[in-house]
Design a protein around this ligand. Structure first.
Ligand SMILES: NC(=O)c1ccc[n+]([C@@H]2O[C@H](COP(=O)([O-])OP(=O)(O)OC[C@H]3O[C@@H](n4cnc5c(N)ncnc54)[C@H](OP(=O)(O)O)[C@@H]3O)[C@@H](O)[C@H]2O)c1
Length: 155
């Protein structure tokens, strides 16, 4: 895609993934919409039920818009990051002992490559792709129970 001379509208660009998009698009951004979902879109997420359900909405919504708008030259992508090193958890007031994860620049690059390949959804990173693929093979009830075990609040 030739992004030169085009305008980009990025919401949530003050930090994290949005800020990485702003920087990456400065060198490329046309006829494309990137909706940030999550790997949480791929399974029910006990203890974060509304979050997972809203991300599932974003994924389904984006995939439908892709098909609706393909003939108009507008690309739509649902970006599904896993754990990413941003201020997300601190801002949400979620304390977590786990560290690591992808950095926002990698996530933005994943999305832009997926747009260029014409994908309607992309999971960021090999580990997250493996995780969502494996979860997709499970019965939904099992996937929810597995997520309950992973997401349960720690003491
Ligand atoms: N970080 C992760 O591990 C992770 C994993 C999966 C999915 N995601 C998704 O990635 C997206 C971006 O999160 P991030 O990790 O980049 O977090 P972040 O660094 O905290 O950035 C969040 C951005 O959203 C903006 N924002 C927050 N509330 C808003 C509101 N009510 N209206 C408009 N803008 C608002 C913030 O702007 P202000 O600074 O002005 O408040 C900020 O620019 C989120 O949708 C999140 O669900 C994140």
């Amino acid at each position: 895609m030739d992004y030169r001379g085009k305008a980009a509208l990025i919401t949530g660009a003050s930090s994290g993934i949005g800020a990485a998009f702003a920087q990456a698009l400065a060198q490329r951004g046309d006829g494309a919409i990137v909706n940030v979902a999550s790997i949480a879109a791929w399974q029910p997420t006990p203890y974060s039920a509304v979050y997972g359900a809203s991300k599932a909405f974003v994924l389904s919504f984006s995939e439908a818009l892709t098909v609706e708008n393909r003939h108009r030259g507008v690309r739509v992508l649902a970006l599904c990051p896993g754990r990413t090193e941003t201020s997300f958890f601190a801002v949400a007031g979620i304390s977590t002992a786990r560290r690591g994860g992808r950095n926002p620049e990698q996530v933005a690059e994943t999305a832009l490559h997926a747009l260029e390949r014409g994908q309607s959804a992309v999971v960021d990173g090999a580990y997250n792709t493996m995780l969502t693929t494996a979860v997709g093979l499970l019965p939904r009830t099992w996937a929810a129970r597995l997520a309950r075990w992973r997401l349960r609040p720690r003491e």
